[in-house]
Write a protein that binds this ligand. Structure first.
Ligand SMILES: NC(=O)c1ccc[n+]([C@@H]2O[C@H](COP(=O)([O-])OP(=O)(O)OC[C@H]3O[C@@H](n4cnc5c(N)ncnc54)[C@H](O)[C@@H]3O)[C@@H](O)[C@H]2O)c1
Length: 315
């Protein structure tokens, strides 16, 4: 059993990861600042099951200001998920994205260096590749949104701490994660809500854009493997994606079938910074970590629809 620090633990993926760690018998120290990008009430409900667990400690703290050394006491590993996610708002509030994604990461790296934490797992994104994210980890990095640029800067900080101070780093680049608790600003969440409430859905682009959708439990599995196989993961970068790549048009069809409703689509041009194609090359994660995503898109979308139906029935 290890003591683990999870940052961004009240968020979509961080809450699932924390649950999986507890199920694996680990102790979790969880940090989140409830940054109001989406409502605190949603994040509080993400924490409901976690708060009942005796091996779970929640600390409300902002990584940009808090004393982080104390948080790291006795921690074997840091899972650094806290960030300002979502690209549209990054055009208009770069200060928030820079401080949460860059400054907060550097403060955490400093604390990890000071405390000699044995493993720092930094969560990054396919957005660092740019408009197309289809190749291996060595592909050129040309982010096309301020969000992607701040996430690339955070990766580079990790590499600088590794190169200069020997910090034990692993970088994971997640590809479009979906499933229960998906953030309310993400396209599938918005599309499912529109279908269930019979409202129009604004589609940016012609719908031929593709995504390597990663079901959240597969994403969590990949993240745990990086921790469990530390010897193979140290000093490396891994793409963590789903096994299937589908277009947005196909996702609309699947969701129409699942919900039994017809989508009312309002078309708009692509937004600045939108990615065109992502198709995760997960060869390295497969080879080194034995990572194998198992959830088919249809099944994963069915789980997300069921969760959103339940939420709507409660409101
Ligand atoms: N969801 C995806 O499809 C996806 C894809 C690629 C990468 N990622 C990365 O995965 C991570 C988690 O994303 P998510 O979708 O769960 O987002 P989320 O917004 O649901 O979770 C992030 C959490 O971090 C917290 N946070 C932000 N800044 C903080 C700070 N300064 N101090 C303390 N807490 C802070 C927020 O309050 C939030 O609860 C992020 O690093 C994101 O960039 C997500």
């Amino acid at each position: 059993m290890s003591k683990c620090l999870v940052t961004g633990a009240a968020g979509f993926i961080g809450s699932h990861l924390s649950e999986a760690l507890l199920e694996g018998g680990h102790e979790v120290v969880a940090v989140d600042a409830f940054i109001p990008y989406y409502p605190r009430a949603i994040k509080e409900s993400n924490l409901t099951n976690l708060r009942r667990h005796s091996a779970f400690t929640f600390v409300e703290a902002d990584l940009r200001k808090a004393d982080l050394r104390e948080l790291l006491d006795g921690c074997e590993v840091i899972f650094h998920l806290a960030a300002m996610a979502g690209l549209m708002k990054s055009w208009s509030d770069l200060e928030l994205y820079s401080s949460c994604n860059i400054i907060a990461t550097q403060r955490l790296l400093e604390a990890a260096r000071d405390k000699k934490t044995p493993h720092f797992i930094h969560v990054s994104t396919s957005s660092v590749y740019g408009r197309e994210a289809t190749g291996p980890e060595e592909s050129p990095l040309n982010p096309v949104s301020p969000y992607g640029i701040t996430k690339l800067a955070a990766e580079n900080l990790c590499r600088a701490y590794e190169a200069n101070f020997g910090l034990p780093i692993t970088i994971l680049r997640y590809f479009s994660v979906y499933g229960p608790r998906q953030r309310p600003d993400m396209a599938y969440n918005i599309l499912i809500r529109a279908l269930l409430e019979d409202r129009p859905f604004t589609m940016y682009g012609d719908g031929t854009q593709t995504r390597s959708n990663t079901f959240v439990s597969d994403c969590v599995k990949g993240t745990l493997l990086a921790f469990e196989k530390r010897d193979r993961a140290l000093g490396k970068i891994f793409n963590i994606g789903g096994g299937e790549t589908v277009s947005l048009n196909r996702v609309v069809e699947i969701l129409e079938e699942i919900t039994g409703r017809r989508a009312r689509i309002e078309r708009r041009p692509p937004r600045p910074g939108d990615q065109k194609h992502t198709a995760a090359d997960i060869s390295r994660a497969r080879q080194e970590l034995n990572y194998q995503p198992t959830t088919p898109v249809v099944e994963g979308l069915r789980a997300q629809v069921a969760w959103q139906k339940e939420i709507l029935s409660q409101s």
